[in-house]
Design a protein around this ligand. Structure first.
Ligand SMILES: Cc1cc2nc3c(=O)[nH]c(=O)nc-3n(C[C@H](O)[C@H](O)[C@H](O)COP(=O)(O)OP(=O)(O)OC[C@H]3O[C@@H](n4cnc5c(N)ncnc54)[C@H](O)[C@@H]3O)c2cc1C
Length: 437
């Protein structure tokens, strides 16, 4: 039971406060894939940038995800970002000078009921003008693309141009490329808060001292609500805990398409194994935030109530003890939890594997080789916020990716970099504004 191994990122460790850079143009808070793609974009544009990571680079969501890169089933206003990301993924190996495992192998969502198929049709109608090449498949067409299955499906939603990459390869390669282009990457360096002068961002206060800067990009993943909350800005996100596993290599299985069924999902790993999870069961341990902002999520809960396991367990107390308010002199929650590493739900994982074996008996030799947990940061409408914060000039955020930010990260990072520097945005950022929440 270990978190997946990433390719090492040669980040700087601060041994003495004097090692901390005194000044830069942009500080990025958070060394996940979103902060790193923004850093790469800025460094390629010769903008001085420092990325500060409280733990180790790519230690949280960005190394723990499934690696799916999809347009399918996204909110229609979130699709243009995914389309731009596809273009960037296609050139990523060349851009970063290393293999990121990107394969345009298609993604298929299987449907078991008339309701599933009606929902797929509804999505297809909503994105028709975007010409994504997505289509509904009959059971016979499913068999043709995914042979040897015995599951009884009503149909499927399929997008041949979707795909996946290897998160552990990709995020580390992007980090190393950003560094080669001039970005400064510092690990074990939590940002406690911002410094402002006349209401405008003038720097960040870290656990090792202060860095002056003109702009800050907050890309702090699941910690963003806490960080902003301490500044008096309420950003509504709730955590969801997911469990993932990797199987042994199964060279005899020829399926390359990524598949989402109601009670399992899988996609091929670059080593011939499969990365899987249980789609029909997610852990939602209660926190104080559920009491404070839970009502904003009632719409999302209506759709997800069958899959979410809402529980009151030790997470409530642990989260409460971390604290919500601090001064720049105090130890913050970011120093108390360097890397969020929840235990996986082994019974969800085992169920997913059993469900898959029942539907595709050729997976009979699949075993759980490694399993891990991860926490996603979900917004009420499941879209992220990629925006300048008008209340704090100089602060931009790229947060709340709601469990599907790996796929869109290349374009999200570029859009965030555009907003930080005030250059023409890659796409219209309106769907990602802060005020909508
Ligand atoms: C199990 C699982 C499966 C998923 N599957 C998919 C998928 O198939 N496809 C997809 O598109 N997405 C998927 N996702 C979602 C995807 O992983 C995330 O949306 C994406 O990685 C978010 O990247 P990020 O950079 O915003 O966050 P993170 O990777 O979480 O990075 C944020 C970083 O900020 C650091 N940080 C926080 N606060 C501070 C501070 N104060 N100072 C310094 N550093 C700080 C954290 O330590 C962390 O490293 C999945 C997620 C999980 C957990």
């Amino acid at each position: 039971m270990t978190a997946p191994k990433t390719k090492p990122v040669e980040a700087i460790q601060i041994k003495d406060a004097a090692d901390l850079p005194k000044k830069t143009t942009v500080v990025i808070i958070g060394g996940g894939i979103v902060g790193l793609t923004a850093a790469l974009t800025l460094a390629e544009r010769d903008v001085p940038v420092v990325v500060l990571e409280k733990g180790r680079f790519v230690g949280e969501q960005s190394s723990r995800n499934l690696g799916w890169i999809r347009k399918t089933n996204r909110a229609p206003d979130d699709v243009p970002l995914a389309v731009e990301s596809d273009k960037l993924w296609a050139k990523m190996n060349e851009r970063v000078g290393s293999e990121v495992g990107y394969r345009q192998a298609g993604i298929m969502f299987l449907g078991k009921t008339d309701n599933d198929i009606a929902a797929y049709k509804g999505w297809l109608d909503a994105v028709e003008s975007l010409e994504l090449g997505s289509k509904l498949l009959t059971p016979a067409q499913i068999d043709e693309l995914l042979p040897n299955g015995v599951g009884e499906w009503k149909g499927a939603l399929y997008t041949p141009s979707d795909g996946y990459a290897e998160p552990q390869l990709a995020a580390s390669a992007i980090a190393n490329a950003a560094q080669k282009k001039g970005a400064i990457l510092i690990e074990n360096c939590a940002v406690r808060t911002l410094s402002t002068t006349a209401g405008r961002v003038s720097g960040v206060v870290t656990e090792h001292g202060e860095i002056q800067c003109d702009n800050v990009l907050l890309a702090a993943g699941a910690w963003s609500r806490r960080f902003l909350g301490n500044m008096g800005i309420s950003f509504p996100t709730l955590p969801l805990y997911l469990s993932v596993f990797k199987t042994n290599p199964l060279p005899q299985i020829s399926i390359n398409t990524a598949v989402g069924a109601p009670n399992f999902s899988f996609r091929k790993h670059i080593d011939g194994g499969f990365i899987m999870m249980q789609r029909g069961a997610l852990d939602a341990p209660l926190t104080i935030d559920h009491l404070k902002i839970g009502t904003q999520f009632l719409g999302a809960l209506k759709h997800g109530k069958d899959v979410m396991h809402i529980r009151l367990n030790s997470v409530f107390l642990e989260d409460w003890k971390l604290g919500r308010r601090w001064t720049k002199e105090q130890i913050t929650p970011f120093e108390k939890v360097r890397t969020l590493d929840p235990s996986p739900n082994q019974s969800f994982n085992q169920d997913a594997l059993n469900n898959l074996k029942a539907a595709w008996p050729e997976f009979k030799d699949a075993e759980i080789e490694n399993e891990w947990g991860g926490v996603i940061d979900v917004t009420p409408d499941s879209n992220p916020v990629i925006a300048n914060i008008t209340k704090v000039p100089g602060l931009t955020v790229a947060i709340g990716f709601s469990g599907h930010g790996f796929g869109t990260s290349p374009a999200a990072g570029q859009l965030a970099a555009d907003l930080v520097m005030g250059t023409t945005p890659l796409i219209d950022p309106t769907p990602y504004c802060f005020e909508r929440l």
